[in-house]
Design a protein around this ligand. Structure first.
Ligand SMILES: Nc1nc2c(c(=O)[nH]1)N[C@H]1C(S)=C(S)[C@@H](COP(=O)(O)O)O[C@H]1N2
Ligand SMILES: [Mo]
Length: 242
């Protein structure tokens, strides 16, 4: 942790002139302000500059394990599945200047990411998959985070057996990482319900639980609710970098 904080501090100096951010998020004044200030972000800058290793198509694992809570079985989700997610909408709201609502077709039109990366679960298994989808930075640039915005909170359809909803969060720096995507496809096929259909977060620079499945809302906020995620609220690390 000490080493990470040290690297974070030195990375902040480089960050202002970083040319890696070509996804448009830089054009937003608020995001630029957040990106150019290490204040309060600490470790997040490491993930921003480090790229997750990419693999060849031939490295893809034929079986990609399903993990976590059960696939939602409530009538809302199952009727979305039956309709091929025609009624699905992704809401981007909260501390933004331009709240957005995207249909699945609109998200597909924005899709530009396609990479083979490894998913690492904290429980000790990994799987290599080919992920395609929308760089999260693109959506944030459209929504324009408001002054004071710091985080993206991912709200999910599924719940623990006690009724607690699964959620996750990233700060705006990690959200703008070029490998942070809202995935629509795994291994050249639309996500199946078990892997988070129709839209899931995919963050290859962080542990598996950060990659929230079944996402229906991105809430931009100045502060985190609780510790920033379902598992974080049980004591797991928030940043969880690999
Ligand atoms: N909504 C939601 N997202 C989730 C989980 C979950 O239970 N609910 N589990 C997480 C964990 S611990 C892992 S390892 C991955 C598993 O993704 P997979 O089922 O596609 O392999 O999803 C993550 N995202
Ligand atoms: Mo996991």
């Amino acid at each position: 942790m000490k080493r990470r904080l040290f690297v974070a501090t030195s990375a902040a100096v480089v960050l202002t002139g970083c040319s890696n951010f070509t996804n448009g998020l830089n054009e937003n004044a608020t995001v630029r302000r957040v990106l150019s200030s290490a204040e309060g972000l600490n470790h997040a800058l490491i993930g921003t500059h480090g790229m997750a290793k990419t693999y060849r198509d031939s490295d893809v694992d034929r079986q990609f394990r399903v993990n976590g809570f059960d696939t939602p079985s409530d009538s809302h989700y199952t009727s979305l599945v039956r309709a091929g997610f025609a009624g699905y909408k992704l809401v981007v709201d909260g501390a933004v200047d331009r709240p957005q609502v995207f249909t699945l077709a609109e998200l597909h039109a924005l899709s530009s990411y396609n990479e083979v990366t490894r998913h690492d679960c904290v429980e000790g298994w990994s799987a290599i998959g080919k992920w395609a989808g929308v760089p999260l930075g693109k959506l944030l640039a459209l929504a324009q985070p408001a002054h004071g915005a710091r985080y993206v909170i991912f709200h999910c359809f599924d719940r623990a057996s006690d009724g607690t909803a699964y959620y996750e969060s990233l700060d705006l720096v990690q959200a703008a990482h070029p490998q942070t995507v809202l995935a629509l496809q795994l291994n050249d096929k639309p996500l199946d319900p078990d892997h988070g259909a129709p839209v899931r977060l995919r963050v290859p620079t962080q542990l598996g639980y950060k990659s929230a499945k079944w996402v229906y809302r991105l809430e931009i906020a100045a502060a985190l609710p609780g510790k920033g995620g379902y598992w974080e609220d049980q004591g797991y690390e928030w940043y969880a970098g690999i």
